[in-house]
Design a protein around this ligand. Structure first.
Ligand SMILES: *[C@@H]1O[C@H](CO)[C@@H](O)[C@H](O)[C@H]1NC(C)=O
Ligand SMILES: *[C@@H]1O[C@H](CO)[C@@H](O)[C@H](O)[C@H]1NC(C)=O
Ligand SMILES: *[C@@H]1O[C@H](CO)[C@@H](O)[C@H](O)[C@H]1NC(C)=O
Length: 346
């Protein structure tokens, strides 16, 4: 009896302590809230610099190029009245995709584009429309970086251009997708492609052994991917069954090297972006013989086109290259006709 009375008293005491604690807790919360409000954190005014200028995305904070964005200037369009809730944006399907071609300069193009504050791009190649299509569109969208209104979501996977099913698949995601193809002289592209493979597997047969079905007759092996990728007209035909020509932009891989700012002007116009990426973002490295991106403060090393220039180039007999050039000529002419653009490869 006495014992349970005593227990009840203890319980009562605990209750009193608990209610005191909860009052204390409520007051702490209230004071914290008041403190923050007085400091201006709970209204929807633009927040200080770190969130105002360049919309943050946790996965891209370490991205070298996003920090090149001219501070303050642009992106004001969307950020003047940004609430905390939407400052991280949402994931959207890409409105523009760099669909090709391998060794054309797609990596450089994407890195140049990422300087633009209104472009957000996936860092790696998603390979959704060729390899991972069965993972579904939700999986694909989830790979995308978050964007704010007015920003463009992009990705690049150069193998889309030569994938038979890709046009239909992209079309069924959105028929309004803008398609960018970086093309380059198919002969130098093939050599560059072969050189890259050679560094990965040094035991590879010679270029001419792979390029010809019969070296005596000069019959080209069009099943070898290094050759096949360069038959641009054939691949483009496949895409034109689904998309009108106006949905494409063909970027010259050669001009991306000789006049990066000029070519970037075309790209930004095509994407409906302000021309933010200009001459002032590039310099020419005489030693390398290639344009480089001016590096942002504190970043480790400059980014240049033609990174592979240091690689040992295989000796390919000029006769072999001439034969290959002959092989491509009719396909090139057809490609010029289809695109209405002479790339000057012959
Ligand atoms: C800012 O946001 C508020 C509340 O959503 C809205 O009423 C106001 O029109 C906006 N101002 C601008 C300049 O967008
Ligand atoms: C290459 O073509 C020549 C001439 O037609 C023929 O004699 C030879 O057997 C062919 N070689 C191969 C490996 O097919
Ligand atoms: C130019 O390229 C060379 C060779 O890759 C490199 O050593 C040098 O640091 C580069 N210079 C600049 C200014 O980027």
């Amino acid at each position: 009896m006495g014992c349970s009375k005593w227990r009840a008293a203890v319980n009562f005491g605990q209750l009193k302590v608990q209610s005191k604690l909860s009052v204390l807790f409520t007051m702490i919360v209230l004071f914290t809230y008041l403190f923050y409000c007085l400091n201006g954190y709970c209204d929807s005014l633009p927040r200080p610099q770190q969130f105002g200028a360049s919309p943050p995305s946790p996965s891209h904070l370490t991205d070298l190029w996003s920090s090149v964005a001219p501070s303050g200037s642009s992106s004001s369009s969307s950020s003047s009245n940004m609430s905390i809730a939407n400052s991280f944006g949402s994931k959207k399907f890409p409105q523009a995709i760099i669909i090709g071609v391998k060794k054309g300069g797609t990596r450089a193009l994407l890195e140049f584009l990422r300087i633009h504050p209104d472009v957000r791009a996936v860092g790696s190649e998603p390979h959704f429309f060729d390899r991972f299509y069965d993972k579904g569109l939700d999986w694909y969208r989830n790979l995308m970086p978050r964007t704010l209104d007015g920003q463009i979501t992009m990705e690049k996977t150069p193998s889309y251009f030569i994938t038979k099913e890709a046009p239909r698949r992209v079309f069924s995601m959105s028929r309004r997708t803008k398609l960018i193809v970086v093309v380059r002289d198919p002969v130098t592209r093939a050599v560059s492609d072969y050189t890259q493979t050679l560094t990965k597997s040094p035991g590879l047969p010679s270029f001419q052994n792979l390029a010809f079905r019969n070296i005596t007759t000069g019959l080209i092996d069009t099943s070898w991917s290094a050759v096949r990728i360069g038959i641009y007209a054939k691949h483009l035909e496949n895409w034109l069954r689904f998309f009108p020509l106006s949905r494409f932009l063909f970027v010259s891989g050669e001009r991306l090297v000789s006049d990066p700012a000029g070519e970037m002007g075309r790209v930004q116009d095509f994407l409906g972006l302000k021309r933010v990426v200009t001459d002032k973002h590039f310099y020419f490295n005489q030693t390398k013989g290639f344009p480089c991106l001016k590096k942002p403060e504190g970043s480790s090393r400059p980014r240049c086109l033609g990174k592979s220039k240091g690689r040992p180039h295989p000796q390919i007999p000029s006769g072999v290259l001439l034969r290959l050039r002959d092989f491509y000529r009719p396909f090139n002419l057809k490609f010029y006709q289809m695109t209405g653009h002479n790339f000057g490869w012959d």
